[in-house]
Design a protein around this ligand. Structure first.
Ligand code: UFG
Length: 340
C-alpha cells in the first residue's frame, strides 16, 4: 500500500519512512525542505536498500497540493508531520505557525476528505499542559495552550475530529508524543536543529562535542525528587514504530470510532539531572553544566500513561533512556565528522 509522509525528510518523518519501508509499505515522502535537506532521501535508501519516492512540496501552496493529489489517487494512508515546532519562535511569529500548522492541515484535508483513507496526525503532550494527575492518560483535560505552537496542536486535533465526524470514509489517529530523542542506530538520520538547540538532548550532545560551552539546567527548585523538571523521553525509533502500529489499525479498520488519540511515551519520567547523568554514564562523556533559573512556560512534570497504546495498538517502547542518549551521541559525532 502507498503511504504519503508529509515532512518525510524531517527528524521524526525520516525515521517513520525507514520503519514503513522495512514493513514493506511503498512510501511517497514530501517536504518543503525548510528544515532539512534532500540528502536525507539517500540516507534513508542506504539504510533500507529502497529509494523512497520524494517530491518537494509546500503544503501551503494550494495549486501544488491539488496538483499532487490529482496525480496520486492511490494513496491509502497519510502520516502528516509537516509543521513548525519551535515553541519560542511560535511566540515571536504566531501567524507563521497558524499558517504552517493549521492552514496547511486544512488544505490537505480538503483534498482527501472524501477518500477512503487513514490519517495520522503528529500531536503533542503539550495539549495537557501541567496535568493534574500523573501519569497522564488520554482522558486528562486539555489545558489552555502555553504557546501558539501548542495551540496549533490542539486546533489540529479539533479540525481532524470535526472532519471525521462528517466524513465516514476518513479515519484518523492523533498521536500525542512526549519528548522524542535519539537517532537511528545507523547514525545516518537524526535531528538537525537549526541554530541554538532549544531542546535538552541536542543541547547536551552539542555541549559534549564542544559546539556549545555549557548546558544550562533550567531550574532546580521544582517539587521533584532532585528539584529539576520531569519529562518522558522516548527513542525516536520507538516513536516511529508506534506510527506503523497506528497505521495498521487504520488500514484494518479495527476501531469503532473514526477518530482516536493515543499517548506515545515510555511511561517513565526522568528529571533533567537524571538525563545528564544517564548521558555521562552511557557515553563516558563528562558534561559541563550549570543550574540557572526556570524557563518560562515549562511544566513541572509530564509522563505518559501508555496502557491504551499497548492494549489497542499492541505497541510499547523498547529502548532505555541510556540507549536513546547513546544513539543521539553517535548521531552528533557523525554529523560533526561530516562537517569537518
Ligand atoms: N532543559 C534544560 N536546558 C536546556 C533545554 C531544556 O534544562 O537547554 C529542560 C527543560 O527546562 C525541560 C526539559 O529540559 O525541563 C525538556 O526540555 P525540552 O525543551 O527538550 O522539551 P519540552 O518538554 O520543553 O518540550 C516539549 C516538546 C515541545 C512542546 C513542549 C511543551 O519538545 O514540542 O514540550 O511544553 F511544545
Amino acid at each position: 500500500m502507498k503511504i504519503l509522509v508529509t515532512g518525510g525528510l524531517g527528524f521524526i518523518g525520516s525515521h517513520v519512512v525507514v520503519e514503513l519501508q522495512e514493513q514493506g509499505y511503498e512510501v511517497i515522502a514530501v517536504d518543503n525542505l525548510s528544515n532539512t535537506s534532500k540528502e536525507v532521501v539517500d540516507q534513508i535508501a542506504s539504510i533500507t536498500g529502497v529509494q523512497p519516492t520524494f517530491e518537494e512540496l509546500d503544503l501551503r501552496e494550494k495549486e501544488s497540493v491539488v496538483n499532487f493529489f490529482d496525480r496520486h489517487n492511490d494513496i491509502g494512508g497519510i502520516i502528516h508531520f509537516a509543521a513548525s515546532k519551535a515553541v519560542g519562535e511560535s511566540v515571536e511569529n504566531p501567524l507563521l505557525y497558524y499558517e504552517n500548522n493549521v492552514n496547511a492541515l486544512v488544505l490537505l484535508l480538503q483534498q482527501v476528505q472524501d477518500r477512503e483513507l487513514g490519517f495520522i496526525f503528529s500531536s503533542s503532550c503539550t495539549v495537557y499542559g501541567q496535568a493534574d494527575e500523573l501519569p497522564i492518560t488520554e482522558s486528562a483535560p486539555i489545558k489552555p495552550a502555553e504557546s501558539p505552537y501548542g495551540n496549533t496542536k490542539q486546533i489540529g486535533e479539533e479540525i481532524i475530529r470535526d472532519t471525521c465526524r462528517v466524513k465516514p470514509n476518513l479515519s484518523a489517529i492523533a498521536l500525542r508524543y512526549f519528548n522524542p530523542i535519539g537517532a537511528h542506530e545507523s547514525a545516518k538520520i537524526g535531528e538537525l536543529p537549526l541554530g541554538v538547540p532549544q531542546n535538552l538532548v541536542p543541547y547536551i550532545t552539542q555541549t559534549a562535542i564542544g559546539v556549545r560551552e555549557q548546558l544550562s539546567v533550567f531550574g532546580d527548585d521544582y517539587p521533584t525528587r532532585d528539584g529539576t523538571a520531569i519529562r518522558d523521553y522516548i527513542h525516536v525509533v520507538d516513536l516511529a514504530k508506534a506510527h506503523v502500529a497506528a497505521l495498521q489499525r487504520l488500514i484494518e479498520k479495527s476501531a469503532n470510532d473514526n477518530f482516536e488519540v493515543f499517548n506515545v511515551g515510555t511511561g517513565t519520567g526522568s528529571t533533567v539531572m537524571e538525563v545528564v547523568r544517564a548521558f555521562e554514564k552511557s557515553t563516558g562523556q563528562p558534561l559541563n553544566y550549570k543550574i540557572v533559573d526556570r524557563r518560562e512556560g515549562d511544566v513541572v512534570a509530564a509522563y505518559a500513561q501508555t496502557d491504551k497504546a499497548q492494549r489497542v495498538l499492541g505497541w510499547k517502547s523498547k529502548y532505555s533512556l541510556e540507549e536513546a542518549l547513546a544513539s543521539a551521541w553517535a548521531w552528533e559525532q557523525q554529523v560533526r565528522s561530516r562537517k569537518n
